[in-house]
Design a protein around this ligand. Structure first.
Ligand SMILES: Cc1cc2nc3c(=O)[nH]c(=O)nc-3n(C[C@H](O)[C@H](O)[C@H](O)COP(=O)(O)OP(=O)(O)OC[C@H]3O[C@@H](n4cnc5c(N)ncnc54)[C@H](O)[C@@H]3O)c2cc1C
Length: 357
């Protein structure tokens, strides 16, 4: 097997007894591998392209679980990493089954998420069109149950297949085993850092049930002159909205929403409304109330704030940005200040959506 080298200083080639040849990159910069564009080195990085390499990689990590990297669009690097990093580049889409209503596809974890959305649309398969243009890889999608414009990926996931580093075997998680929640799943909790997701089985719709409930999607379809929406036109509307609202990591380092939208009790919401009658809210489960974190942050005066190379995006207060050459620790400090000010003003503790490494 012959692999392309990412930018790095030393490349050490290992031949394992299982006849699997891998390239391990030492002291390699992670800058091209995270959308914040933070320049920190990894002690060792291996690009996983073949599942036969899983057991040898587990051996190489010597009892500790390696860190798994997808597209690097939901991580903030704050320090030099000593752990073995596995860049998931497993590729392939297989048709498993179909009937009159649905098609089941097994998608390897290293496939680019947006490319998969486009593949589904080209096959006229529905269910993930609202999730177009979310950066990252398919393997990370179940981890925080990616969501946008009224749809969460859990609605289409049938099964998640993963390799358990310690037990050295595959595990299968049916949809109900994944314990999906808002930006949450078992992979962020009990199974965190124990396994690598190798593929995801999606059940996509042949008979479409389009979700255009978001006002912005409806408006965009009108602007586009669409009278009868399709999976393709919904995806195009979502892409147009995202391009107009969110900074492109290729030009401005960011990881999308830095914080989750907090959920508070009805009682807390009512007492906050006494001081902030314009506080927006959405119903959440168990009679609770969800508040847009962006509104809280904006109302603490952070929107458009800049401090050296780090800042809060001028159009979207939920997005922290790297103007160039920022340190991850500076972005983390900024997030701390935001957390504190929201707590002081609203008595609400924000939770980071981005994974801190
Ligand atoms: C501009 C922008 C817009 C965004 N918009 C949205 C949005 O609308 N909705 C949304 O939900 N998210 C959004 N995100 C966040 C991000 O795109 C998603 O969380 C995405 O799923 C992350 O994928 P990734 O491959 O880049 O994961 P990474 O950042 O590489 O990894 C994220 C976490 O998952 C783990 N991980 C990754 N792959 C695997 C695997 N195969 N097995 C085990 N663990 C793994 C990593 O160890 C890490 O802890 C946005 C990000 C950006 C930059």
């Amino acid at each position: 097997m012959c692999y392309n080298s990412p930018p790095g200083k030393d490349v050490l080639t290992l031949l394992k007894s299982t006849f699997v040849l891998m390239q391990i990159h030492s002291s390699c910069s992670l800058k091209p591998y995270n959308t914040f564009g933070i320049d920190l080195p990894a002690a060792q990085l291996v690009r996983l392209m073949d599942e036969e390499e899983l057991a040898p990689i587990g051996d190489l990590a010597q009892g500790t679980a390696p860190r798994v990297l997808g597209g690097g669009s939901n991580i903030l690097l704050t320090h030099e990493l000593k752990d073995l990093i596995v860049k998931n580049e497993l590729k392939g889409i297989n048709l498993l089954e179909e009937n009159e209503q649905h098609t089941w596809l097994e998608v390897k974890a290293g496939e680019v998420w947006h490319d998969f959305v486009m593949y589904a649309i080209a096959q006229n398969l529905g269910g993930i069109e609202n999730l177009a243009l979310i950066p990252g890889c398919v393997g990370a999608a179940p981890i925080q149950n990616i969501g946008a414009y009224g749809v969460e990926v859990r609605q289409t996931i049938d099964e998640v297949i993963a390799w358990h580093w310690e037990e050295q075997r595959y595990l299968s998680f049916k949809n109900e085993d994944c314990r999906f929640g808002y930006r949450d799943s078992i992979f962020k909790r009990e199974m965190k850092d124990r396994l690598i997701i190798t593929s995801v089985v999606f059940r996509l719709d042949k008979v479409h049930c389009l979700n255009t409930s978001y006002g912005a999607v409806q408006q965009q379809l009108e602007i586009m002159g669409v009278s009868e929406a399709s999976v393709k036109s919904v995806a195009e509307a979502v892409m147009a909205i995202r391009r107009s609202k969110l900074p492109d990591p290729k030009t401005l380092g960011n990881a999308g929403s830095f914080f989750k939208n907090p959920t508070i009790t009805r009682q807390q919401f009512d007492s906050l409304c006494a001081h902030h009658p314009d506080l927006p809210s959405y119903p959440a489960s168990e009679g609770q109330v969800k508040i847009p974190a962006g509104w809280l942050i904006e109302n603490c005066g952070w929107k458009g704030y800049r401090e050296g190379a780090v800042g809060v995006h001028e159009k979207q207060a939920l997005v922290l940005v790297n103007y160039g050459g920022a340190k991850g620790a500076d972005l983390y400090q900024l997030s701390e200040k935001i957390l504190r000010s929201v707590l002081e003003k609203f008595d609400i503790t924000l939770e980071r959506e981005v994974n801190i490494w």
